[in-house]
Design a protein around this ligand. Structure first.
Ligand code: ATP
Ligand code: MG
Length: 457
């Protein structure tokens, strides 16, 4: 092996050094990751960094997934080169991030993320700040691999595939946990949850996605610490929530989040409807929506995040609409105001872009239009840009007791038949439900007290 001169000499026997630091190094023959499973772009980045004299590893989710024989979502690289040094090595590279700078190397549609080892910063100039609850605020410090590893969340997410000798470097017992199908935090669970409470939901996500057992010591603190999620920025929680529910295991993830009391910090109004003992429809409705989401993902179909969120919030919108109507507001205004109230309460917990709120409102407000099908109404509704989502939503309602299944069947057929048959379906409505002869409305009778008052005036 040659010893490159730039920028600093690499220790020739790196593996021995790492073993001295307490790592276990699994040689190529001791694990199942082959270069054929690794994206050619990721390999290009790794080899280039290596030839420039840097350390370069695959790390995180991709190593974990490759060990399980799964296809990784993306490939992340970890190195001792600074982002600026990475940029010098690649023309197709951009530096991103303010809080922590990363290099993105672009190959057409594939992006390889290259992160410089992060340090604990403890010997640094106070760049690692924590708040009163123990939450990490700033973390802007480069380090070495043995420092980088202990900043990661779970042992199975902290394995490094070394491009120098194709070994796996394990500082935290991640390979043993892999073999035991166990998800375990690195270090003391309570401290790690306090540093970053999002790790509680990540634990659930990985336990479900990988079908791993949760290490009991990592399980207990959650019940007590779940409330720390209330301090996490709402935009970050929204991003994490999407990963939770849009990765194909939404049903199980939902059940487990509720078990640990975590779901209430994501969608409190949904939790409230689910906990109402009198009514089991919200539970059925949300369960069905999650089931459909998983099914669609399994079939490779696209998923619109707003759709699922609109199902979570539906019961709250309905309840609030009823209250508004009872207070005397006209139906459509009652619904619009309810939607505004529910959305503005939700974005305090998981904040989503405006267009998501707009789409949810449309889906909700179209629900009342499915039952008025006379004349041109059914055609107008069919031509609405949000028709398809609103229809799917209505079908969900009909499957869980919230709407007449015959109405859903009518709309399903209405979309399938020819124009002339559509016209017949609408005409047929009048035959089965003849329209009442329109009478001119008499002015509403005034309450007796008021009539008397007027008579006395
Ligand atoms: P996925 O396949 O779902 O993307 P992943 O493991 O790649 O899973 P990411 O969210 O992409 O998950 O994070 C990449 C890596 O960064 C993780 O494997 C972990 O090592 C580290 N990491 C991410 N989030 C945290 C966190 N909150 N605390 C500590 N380490 C984290
Ligand atoms: Mg990832």
């Amino acid at each position: 092996m040659t010893t490159p001169a730039v920028p600093e000499p690499v220790v020739t026997d790196l593996a021995s050094l790492q073993e001295e630091q307490g790592a276990t190094v699994y040689t190529r023959s001791e694990h199942n990751i082959s270069r054929q499973q690794i994206s050619k772009h990721a390999l290009k980045v790794l080899y280039r960094l290596k030839s420039e004299g840097y350390e370069a590893y695959l790390v995180g989710g991709c190593v974990r997934d490759l060990l399980l024989g799964r296809e990784p979502k993306d490939f992340d690289v970890s190195t001792n080169a600074t982002p600026e040094q990475v940029k010098q090595a690649f023309r197709n590279c951009r530096i991103i991030g303010k809080r922590f700078r990363l290099a993105h190397v672009f190959f057409g549609r594939e992006i390889i993320e290259v992160a410089t080892f992060r340090g604990s910063g403890e010997q640094g100039k106070g760049q690692r700040k924590i708040d009163q609850e123990g939450r990490l605020l700033h973390d802007n410090h480069y380090g070495t691999i043995d420092e980088d590893v202990i900043r990661r969340d779970f042992t199975v997410n902290a394995l490094y595939y070394n491009i120098r000798d194709f070994s796996i470097v394990d500082y935290v017992g991640g390979m043993d946990d892999h073999r035991a199908s166990m998800i375990r935090l690195i270090g003391d669970p309570e401290t790690r949850y306090r540093e970053d409470p999002v790790r509680m939901i990540r634990l659930v996500r990985f336990a479900v996605k990988l079908s791993f057992k949760i290490n009991p010591a990592c399980e207990q603190p959650i019940f007590e610490l779940a409330e720390l999620l209330a301090n996490i920025p709402a935009a970050r929680l929204h991003d994490e929530a999407l990963k939770l529910f849009l990765s194909g295991y939404a049903v199980e993830t939902f059940e487990m989040l509720r078990h640990y009391g975590l779901f209430q910090y994501l969608y409190p109004s949904a939790e409230q409807s689910l906990s109402s003992e009198a009514d089991h429809f919200p539970k059925l409705f949300i369960a069905k929506a999650l089931e459909n989401t998983d099914k669609r993902i399994g079939e490779g179909k696209s998923i619109a995040p707003y759709f699922l969120i609109s199902t979570f919030l539906w019961d709250a919108v309905k309840t609030q609409t009823d209250e508004n109507t009872a207070a005397g507001l006209p139906d459509s205004i009652a619904m619009q105001q309810a939607a505004s109230l529910v959305i503005s309460a939700q974005v305090k917990h998981t904040s989503f872009p405006k267009h998501i709120g707009v789409a949810m409102r449309e889906v909700w407000s179209l629900q009342s239009r499915f039952s008025s099908r006379n004349g041109a109404r059914a055609f107008r509704l069919l031509g609405h840009p949000r028709f398809r989502a609103a229809y799917d939503f209505m079908v969900l309602r009909s499957e869980t007791g919230g709407e007449d299944p015959e109405l859903a069947a009518w709309w399903t057929r209405f979309q399938e038949v020819s124009e002339s048959e559509k016209q017949e379906m609408v005409t047929g409505l009048n035959r089965t439900h003849p329209r009442k002869r329109r009478r001119r409305r008499k002015p509403k009778a005034k309450p007796a007290a008021e009539q008397n008052k007027q008579a006395n005036d």
